[in-house]
Design a protein around this ligand. Structure first.
Ligand code: NAI
Ligand code: 15L
Length: 273
């Protein structure tokens, strides 16, 4: 956990969705210092409430329960949803219906800012020899990427019509260490993820901003020029793992779409078998 941040959080009540997931479990510990009450939610078991926490198990697809979840919430870190390429039905329920329920609840309950865990798979069909920025059109690599592109468009609409601010973070690969050569470009450390989420919550004005979530990696496909106002300064780099990763993966098959496209293996997943 970071010891300090330039902009202290003053949120009376912050909601973290997807709190039982891989990143939710991490951010649950890390976000508590930035708010008075951390409301944590998921459809999976959330364990025991820790000091300063409120547990509210909720299905994102249930509109009435989502209205209840958003009551008296000042800001949301929205990690909940399907996080991989798979069949359309669960993606529809969690990532499409769930997003509409979240934003309708934010509108009616008066929540003003959302940090949305989007994904690099919104642009997964750009090639690994292209550098892209956040104004370039989406090229999703599957149903999952399409659902995250929908989420970004929904956030744009709620900003334009209702003044709800969102930072859509197209997270690369958030895990303790990069696993392969692709991740040397897509990796974001968990400390940098915390820095990015906190910057997105506390930047004075964001409208709807899209930002790629990556560390300060030497190899990079993503240009965050249009998100400088978020004030995110990554402090980690995949380079410390480079030698180890390259030794494990010395050969790259350039006939393999996973090596050609930024989405890696996601571009090849057959969701219906
Ligand atoms: P995860 O799959 O471990 O966690 C997602 C959580 O959402 C799970 O605990 C699940 O129970 C919950 N969830 C799913 N559908 C739900 C529903 N209908 N109602 C309530 N809860 C529901 O995923 P992870 O890795 O923690 O990712 C968190 C978010 O960040 C996801 O939205 C994912 O798409 C996004 N992301 C993650 C990346 C990574 O490297 N881990 C990269 C890019 C995006
Ligand atoms: C994602 O969107 C997934 O949620 C995560 O599991 C990783 O696979 C990541 O993208 C990635 O592209 O490495």
């Amino acid at each position: 956990m970071l010891k300090s941040h330039a902009t202290p959080l003053t949120f009376p009540r912050l909601l973290l969705t997807g709190a039982a997931g891989q990143l939710g479990t991490e951010l649950r510990k890390r976000l508590k210092p930035y708010c008075r009450v951390l409301r944590v939610s998921d459809q999976q078991d959330l364990g025991q409430a820790q000091a300063g926490e409120e547990l509210m198990p909720t299905d994102l697809a249930n509109a009435a329960d989502m209205q209840n979840l958003l009551k008296q919430v000042d800001a949301v870190v929205h990690l909940g949803g399907i996080s991989t390429e798979q069949a359309w039905e669960p993606i529809l329920a969690s990532n499409i219906v769930g997003m509409v329920n979240l934003y309708e609840a934010a509108r009616l309950q008066g929540t003003k800012r959302i940090v949305f865990a989007s994904s690099n798979h919104v642009t997964g069909f750009y090639r690994q020899d292209q550098v892209i920025d956040t104004k370039m059109p989406p090229k999703p690599d599957g149903f999952y990427g399409v659902s995250k592109a929908f989420g970004e468009d929904l956030a744009e609409m709620y900003w334009a019509r209702w003044g709800i601010e969102t930072v859509s973070v197209r997270i690369g690969s958030a895990l303790p260490a990069p696993k392969d050569r692709r991740m040397l470009a897509t990796w974001i450390s968990l400390d940098d993820l915390e820095r990015l989420v906190v910057s997105a919550l506390t930047a004075p004005i964001v409208g709807h901003t899209i930002i790629f979530g990556m560390s300060d990696n030497q190899t990079s496909w993503w240009d965050n020029t249009h998100a400088k106002h978020i004030g995110y300064r990554p402090q980690d780099s995949s380079d410390v793992f480079r030698a180890e990763v390259e030794a494990k993966q010395s050969h790259i098959d350039l006939q393999d779409n996973a090596a050609i496209y930024q989405g890696g293996g996601f571009v090849k997943v057959a969701p219906h078998g």
